[in-house]
Design a protein around this ligand. Structure first.
Ligand code: FCB
Length: 474
């Protein structure tokens, strides 16, 4: 019998976020969030959908927890809806919002499932737009008040917190390209927003320490950047892009401050110094506070040198791979070895920081077949390949503590609406019915076996002997 490099207490789990699954947008004193207004703008959401019902998880949360328990998962990463707890952005917290999440946390713990709680998964209260949302510095204090309220109520029973989800995506899609709420297109506002999200992390950690013993970190979406050719120009493009996407957030959190090369890129792009955004003392207020690093991993970026231009502030561009590359239904390149290499790099560059993968998953459109089941073989394969990558990193000594697959449920995929299905569990959006996909059953078996390679796994259930036919993968 092969041994597994996964520790016995490895946090195998699945992830969701409030806005993407809850629905029930106007109950129990919830305030409006920036996504409510954004989704109302014509053309903002593919297919014209909105999140008024989504997976109906605000009402069906017990069913979701039953599924997690049936699968034997040990952790559930979910987020609190900021505007349920701080409906007006600032001031007194809404107790009914907190009650809801307290019930979820207690129910998870009763089943032996560790709650991993995200505070900001993008659904900022609309009221904070009076101060330009994350582009304004007021957001930092508002976020710290919310974090303090959440921790005061839940801090004694939440062992792991994630303050911010994907600062780069907030900056890029929310404030630079305007493709996500709040729909702003302004490069200066975008840099300010990214910085305030990081400052918000620091302020939240400080506001929570007295009420929780839980570990606190932020979740970055990291994209390894690889040069498209072996030319020095493309190597420089890959390094620059790495500064833009990865190091700009990693270094202030874990290495004491923003990287110089990227500061220079930003100064050139903005045509002036960053001093009005990054003030004296800010870097000290961000760093040396994280108990772990959470990372969301989907793919890599293949980079080539490029001319700068009005819509291209930096001398690089994403060109993607050519040739035969495995892709998801959305065309995203599937590169599990890049996950292994990323974990090794993080361990090398930021030694001693425990790592947790808080998102990893793929869009596959499989729906129920004649037998009523969802045979999403490609998701199983994707999952296995990434588990194999984690196993290699663990065997090389990387301090990886957990993995929460994105996502537990098919859900509202932001501007893409309901078309992309990321779930281990299929959701019929008309009836709300959940159908556990084959990939979830395979995941359950991986978890039960402690992460053994596919070749050592028996069939999951009598009805789903896919493991045999797939063989070892990775
Ligand atoms: C991440 C988000 C998550 C989901 C996945 C597919 O960027 O954090 O909410 O949209 O991508």
């Amino acid at each position: 019998m092969t041994t597994t490099p996964f520790p016995a207490d490895f946090l195998w789990g699945a992830a969701t976020s409030a806005y993407q699954i809850e629905g029930s947008l106007d109950v129990d004193g919830r305030g409006r969030s920036i996504w409510d207004s954004f989704a109302e703008q014509p053309g903002a959401i593919e297919g014209g959908g909105d999140a008024r019902i989504a997976c109906d998880s605000y009402r069906r949360w017990q069913e979701d927890i039953e599924i997690l328990a049936d699968l034997g998962l040990r952790a559930y990463r979910f987020s609190l809806a900021w505007s349920r707890i701080m409906p007006d952005g600032r001031g007194r917290p809404n107790e009914r919002g907190l009650d809801h999440y307290e019930r979820i946390v207690d129910a998870l713990r009763e089943k032996g499932i560790e709650p991993i709680v995200t505070l900001n998964h993008w659904d900022m209260p609309e009221a904070l737009m009076a101060h330009r949302g994350w582009a304004g510095r007021e957001s930092v204090g508002a976020f710290a008040e919310y974090a303090a309220a959440a921790s005061a109520r839940l801090g004694d029973r939440v062992d792991r917190w994630i303050t911010q989800n994907e600062p780069w995506i907030i900056q890029l899609l929310g404030y630079q390209l305007g493709l996500h709420a709040p729909g702003i297109r302004d490069l200066h506002a975008a840099v300010a927003a990214g910085h305030h999200v990081l400052l918000g992390h620091g302020a939240a950690v400080d506001a929570m320490r007295s009420t929780t013993k839980g570990r606190i970190g932020a979740a970055l979406n990291l994209l390894p950047c690889v040069p498209a050719s072996d030319s020095p120009e493309d190597a420089a493009a890959a390094h620059g892009s790495d500064g833009y996407v990865n190091r700009w957030f990693l270094d202030p959190l874990l290495a004491g401050g923003y990287p110089d090369d990227m500061q220079e890129h930003w100064e050139r792009a903005l045509g002036g110094s960053l001093d009005d955004i990054i003030r004296e003392g800010d870097e000290a207020a961000i760093g040396e506070r994280s108990d772990f690093l959470a990372l969301n991993f989907y793919t890599h970026r293949v980079m080539a040198a490029a001319e700068t231009g009005p819509d291209r502030p930096f001398p690089w561009q994403v060109v993607g791979s050519t040739g035969e590359v495995d892709r998801t239904d959305e065309g995203t390149e599937i590169v599990p070895n890049a996950l292994r290499d990323l974990l090794l790099r993080l361990h090398r560059d930021y030694p001693g920081v425990p790592l947790m993968i808080t998102e990893n998953g793929a869009i596959y459109g499989d729906s129920p077949t004649h037998d009523g089941r969802v045979h999403d073989v490609r998701r199983t394969r994707y999952l296995r390949a990434h588990v194999a990558a984690m196993a290699e990193a663990l065997a090389a000594g990387v301090p990886l503590v957990g993995y929460t697959h994105w996502s537990l449920l098919d859900n509202f995929e932001w501007a893409l609406g309901y078309r992309p299905r990321f779930g281990l569990v299929y959701v019929d959006f008309r009836s709300g019915e959940r159908i556990v996909k084959d990939s979830a059953l395979h995941y359950a078996q991986i978890v039960r076996s402690g992460g053994l390679p596919a070749s050592d796994l028996g069939p999951v259930t009598a009805e789903a002997p896919l493991v045999d036919s797939l063989g070892a993968f990775g």
